[in-house]
Write a protein that binds this ligand. Structure first.
Ligand SMILES: N[C@@H](CCC(=O)N[C@@H](CS)C(=O)NCC(=O)O)C(=O)O
Length: 199
């Protein structure tokens, strides 16, 4: 029995899950879905989204579901904060990041005119403002790095790895958060995607 992660190196949701695997120090095999144009992914899971996981024969789809499942079976190095109230808030922030920040990433990635690009940057400005307040005086949102930080980082990191857009310097707390995450994940540069087997 083994764990296989259907992975795309460029996907922010796959990066989120790779960080969770590394926190848990869990070994897994990687299936690069780009190699066979998702053929083995579709055969194995019946759909085409990554991340998907073959978990000892069981199919688990979606970064949030995969993260929760890895946590349930491997509670050491928890990806959630202590206490029910903070855990609920953490799950809500994970969902906000996955569902709202992704929209801004799609908009900036797909912008083909200068108007579309300006609109996408303005959308990001709104989120940077929110995030700058969220990270005011904080290294992480809760008492340690949680899946909320990891989800937010994965979306922001995509700006560096794929979009090639740097977070404006005026957002000091967001930039400090990115630098803190770069160090925590031992990335040489924010242009590198995260791929370490453990943290
Ligand atoms: N909510 C899902 C989003 C997954 C997702 O959108 N994956 C994209 C890559 S970033 C994908 O595989 N898209 C291919 C497709 O929809 O055909 C998660 O958290 O895993």
């Amino acid at each position: 029995m083994a764990i296989r992660l259907f992975n795309s190196q460029a996907s922010m949701f796959c990066e989120k899950v790779r960080v969770v695997f590394a926190m848990k120090k869990l070994p897994y095999d990687v299936v690069d879905v780009r190699k066979d144009e998702r053929k083995s992914l579709i055969e194995s899971t019946g759909q085409r989204k990554v991340p998907s996981m073959d978990y000892n024969g069981e199919c688990v789809i979606d970064s949030t579901v995969i993260s929760a499942r890895l946590e349930k079976d491997n509670p050491a190095n928890s990806i959630y904060p202590e206490g029910a109230a903070n855990k609920g808030l953490c799950l809500a922030l994970e969902d906000w990041s996955d569902e709202v920040l992704i929209h801004a990433n799609h908009a900036i990635r797909r912008a083909e005119t200068s108007e579309a690009r300006q609109k996408a940057e303005a959308e990001w400005d709104t989120h940077f403002n929110t995030l700058d307040q969220m990270y005011s005086g904080k290294k992480f949102l809760f008492e340690r790095m949680t899946v909320a930080d990891i989800s937010i980082f994965s979306q922001l990191h995509y700006l560096y790895t794929t979009v090639k857009y740097e977070i404006p310097a005026q957002y000091k707390n967001v930039n400090a958060f990115m630098e803190n995450m770069r160090q925590t994940l031992k990335l040489e540069s924010l242009a590198d995607s995260f791929d370490a087997p453990s943290l």
